[in-house]
Design a protein around this ligand. Structure first.
Ligand code: KG4
Ligand code: ZN
Length: 334
């Protein structure tokens, strides 16, 4: 089954063709990073306008690359949320038009679920149940996954997402956008024990929840109160503290849910320091860890096509009333 995937939830216009949920035939991405970098973050109006400018040419190039026509495609999967509504709508409208004209099944999918399915592109052997962890620019979620399309959120952030914290700290340190890779690079030269930064402790509610706004504020306070602060040491101390929190929650979630398999997804998973520490932690506990190659961690349409395949196989289809949603809990799509 050949699925066309379309992803426009934020600042990447992406189209892919994937066979049977894992065989990536084409994976095209037009990144708008240079367009938004000068503003220090994503400008929603510019994002939707640039998706509109690029999507048709990207589609043409995708099909031409392997000499396939839309008649030969078995389904059209598109991210319908969560994300920037104006951006999502470009992908959703394109997918609806193609589905109508070529009479192909339309599959609206959840972007967060897509990040987990990036793993199926390279690891078809993943067995249920597992702990899914999505660490991205918009989300920090721990999910118990018992089967395809069967999710239960067991922990999430109460304020900033972890990727957002990396981006904000990068801004404070004058490193530009996107912040994650820049903080990771600078941290390599720093002493991670130099600054003692706070970790969230919750007295009420879910103990597996996250909070990153206190950590970001603590970094800001150092930059304001210590004019001679060392940026590399501060980046390293921030990264260590954020990763300590992620690791601690994953340990707690595995214990609580009696799980041993962890499946990671989202842009922050591209962070090598996080991957290495997590690999050690899960191996020591005798568990199994899966994560996508770095280029499948950040937003792409191959993961959307993979998820679309599994949803279509499971009997899920959308109709032409499909809409875009800024907020969409994992497990929900239309
Ligand atoms: O998954 P993604 O591409 O988009 C969303 O769905 O949000 O994630 C983007 C986020 C950004 O916050 C970016 O700074 C972060 O992932 N990121 C990283 C790294 N690469 C990307 N964070 C830490 N270390 C990295 N190497
Ligand atoms: Zn994403």
């Amino acid at each position: 089954m050949l699925i066309l995937g379309i992803e426009t939830s934020c600042d990447e216009t992406a189209i892919a063709l994937v066979r049977d949920g894992h065989e990536v035939r084409v994976n095209k991405i037009f990144s708008q990073i240079p367009i938004h970098a000068q503003y220090g973050g994503v400008v929603p109006e510019l994002a939707s306008r640039n998706h509109l400018l690029k999507i048709n040419i990207l589609l043409k190039n995708t099909l031409e690359e392997i000499n396939v026509t839309l008649e030969e495609v078995d389904g059209i999967a598109v991210t319908s949320g969560p994300g920037l509504v104006g951006s999502l709508l470009i992908g959703v409208s394109t997918a609806k038009a193609l589905s109508y004209v070529f009479r192909k099944p339309l599959i609206g999918v959840n972007h967060l679920e897509g990040h987990l399915y990036a793993n199926y592109l390279e690891h078809q052997e993943i067995a249920f149940p597992f702990l899914g962890a999505v660490f991205s620019g918009g989300h920090t979620s721990l999910i118990r996954v018992d089967d395809h399309h069967s999710y239960q959120i067991i922990g999430q952030t109460r304020d900033d997402a972890v990727g957002e914290a990396f981006d904000k700290v990068a801004k404070l340190l004058g490193l530009g956008y996107p912040g994650g890779p820049a903080v990771e690079k600078l941290a390599q030269e720093g002493d991670e024990t130099r600054y003692q930064l706070p970790r969230p402790r919750f007295k009420t509610g879910c103990p597996l929840d996250f909070s990153f706004s206190g950590l970001k504020t603590a970094v800001m306070n150092v930059t304001r109160k210590e004019p001679d602060y060392n940026p590399a040491d501060l980046a390293a101390s921030f990264q260590k503290t954020a990763v300590d929190v992620l690791l601690e929650r994953i340990r707690g979630a595995l214990r609580q849910e009696k799980l041993s398999v962890v499946v990671l997804g989202g842009g922050v998973i591209a962070n090598r320091y996080l991957r290495e520490r997590l690999q050690r932690q899960v191996a020591e506990a005798g568990g199994r860890l899966y994560f996508p190659s770095r280029h499948y961690c950040t937003d792409n349409a191959a993961m959307i096509a993979s998820l679309g395949y599994f949803r279509l196989r499971g009997g899920f289809k959308s109709d032409l009333s499909l809409n875009a949603f800024a907020n969409m809990p994992i497990g929900e799509s239309f």
